[in-house]
Design a protein around this ligand. Structure first.
Ligand SMILES: [Zn+2]
Length: 502
């Protein structure tokens, strides 16, 4: 299934010979990558911290089958859920984000600014068909409760606090032809937010936020993932849970205490492997040169941030070249890096993007925050962390030069006055304003905190990660912790940088 025919180069005219030779070399590189990945060699086991964090969490058993001819991913999920909300529940909410891609009017990739880059061949629909939904073996009624059908309410018999149950469903995910975080593009099945996950329950209700085009509107709790994947022979899969090929003909992987699971499945890819401390880094790209460059950058970023903010806990980190008009996208133990970042003239850009996305492993993956209502809480901190990376690696001059472009210039830029870094993502209608305000002006808060706190912002962020790793932290919790940590009232400073119109 899906195997490429081998063409003999010397039986063809010169132009075709050259093309066939390139094709054959690429196929060989892909085969080498596939063979390299098939062995489980080198994948470290989970450390003590991760094993302890995994205890008592919701458990996902996920079976996946990639069906390239049908542009689809068949998904079956068994979720063991323990009611840790403190309330008695009569329903659960499952996030079915892929449904946002059903129509050209609502698709997050259809924003005018990026439409032609995301849909170069015109609009292509995606979505999920969910069936066989059961709770503890009994059929469960279900219905969508928001307008883009990304929140599926599932009725269950009353579940008291502390009680557990088993949710099962199957679904067919239709993957759009779309250069986006979810979509098939340039020979790769990019599958971020393709798996349905339980929503987060806050203040007496499940969150049902719509999938807005700006920002990363995904909220989820840490859980334990066990995954199997069936893919055509020769395809190269990258996953948040590092996969190994087993005798049953499937790829298998586990990822404890993670808030999502993403995959990129390549028809062909080159893979570079290396270690940073106990972590195995896997970089996937079109050729070995690109993969090696991404690997080296990820290694430096992982080492720098582990020293600044505490040890990276996951056994692997996968860095995946992706076809989309963005710089990058973060998932637990996996980041997608936009293909535009790999051009030789943009070597700084690749390094900075890898640093920013790797910082998200601490600020999003480990310490979760409200990416819908308080996007600064991961984006601004990651932008600041990226600046600190540059300062540590390349010195004060490089730091100052980059700070000018990434923070000082955004402070002077003209954007609508009502937008402040503390605004929710729904206030934004273009990427430019979002980047300027949330990333640039938001990072200014962290630089101010660096001056405000006697031990600097990094020591605070390290303590923040230690306190809240594997949890989901609101702005108020951030503020309370900052006040307690510093013994001062930092609230006026936060108000000034996050909520004051310029
Ligand atoms: Zn980011």
């Amino acid at each position: 299934m899906g195997r490429k025919r081998c063409i003999i180069p010397w039986a063809l005219p010169f132009g075709a010979r050259k093309a066939a030779l390139c094709f054959a070399l690429a196929a060989l590189a892909g085969l080498a990558a596939w063979l390299l990945l098939r062995g489980s060699g080198g994948i470290p086991g989970p450390g003590k911290e991760l094993t302890a964090a995994a205890e008592g969490l919701t458990d996902y058993r996920v079976e996946l089958r990639l069906l390239p001819e049908e542009n689809a991913l068949a998904i079956s999920e068994t979720i063991r859920f323990r009611n840790g909300t403190g309330d008695s529940l009569d329903h659960l909410v499952l996030r079915t984000w892929l449904n946002a891609f059903q129509s050209g009017e609502k698709s997050p990739a259809a924003l005018e600014e990026v439409y032609s880059a995301c849909y170069p061949e015109g609009f292509s629909p995606g979505g999920l068909t969910v069936y066989n939904v059961t709770w503890n073996g009994q059929a469960a009624n279900h219905e969508f409760v928001n307008s883009d059908e990304t929140a599926l309410k599932i009725a269950i018999p009353a579940l008291s606090p502390g009680e557990s149950g088993m949710l099962f469903f199957r679904c067919l995910a239709r993957i759009p032809h779309c250069a986006y975080r979810t979509g098939y593009a340039d020979g790769c099945w990019q599958m971020g937010n393709a798996l349905p996950l339980l929503s987060v329950y806050r203040d007496g209700a499940w969150r049902t936020d719509e999938y807005s085009p700006i920002g990363d509107p995904f909220l989820s709790e840490c859980a334990n993932f066990h995954v199997t994947l069936e893919a055509p022979e020769g395809y190269v899969p990258a996953c948040s849970a590092a996969l190994t090929w087993e005798k049953d003909g499937l790829w298998h992987g586990d990822l404890p205490a993670a808030r999502d699971l993403a995959l990129c499945v390549y028809e062909r890819a080159a893979v570079a492997k290396g270690k940073a401390g106990n972590t195995l880094i896997l970089a996937y790209a079109a050729d070995s040169g690109e993969a090696s460059r991404a690997l080296e950058n990820a290694k430096k970023a992982l080492e720098t941030f582990s020293a600044l903010y505490g040890e990276y806990p996951y056994p692997t980190l996968s860095v995946c070249k992706a076809d989309f008009p963005f710089s990058g996208m973060e998932y637990p133990a996996l980041c997608m890096i936009g293909k535009g970042q790999y051009s030789a003239e943009k070597s700084d850009s690749l390094e900075l993007t890898v640093a920013h996305e790797t910082a998200h492993q601490w600020f999003y993956a480990l310490v979760g925050s409200d990416q819908v209502l308080a996007p600064w809480q991961d984006e601004a901190i990651c932008e600041y962390a990226m600046l600190r990376y540059v300062q540590k690696r390349y010195g004060q001059g490089s730091f100052e030069a980059l700070k000018y472009y990434r923070v000082d210039a955004p402070m002077m830029e003209n954007v609508p006055g009502s937008l402040t870094p503390g605004s929710p993502i729904s206030y934004y209608n273009n990427y430019q304003d979002y980047r300027t305000v949330v990333y640039g002006r938001g990072a200014a808060l962290l630089l101010a905190l660096d001056d405000f706190l006697p031990g600097g912002a990094d020591a605070f962020l390290k303590a923040y990660v230690k306190e809240f790793a594997f949890q989901f932290v609101t702005r108020k919790q951030f503020e309370d912790f900052l006040n307690a940590y510093s013994g001062m009232d930092a609230s006026p400073l936060l108000l000034d940088y996050l909520d004051t119109e310029m």
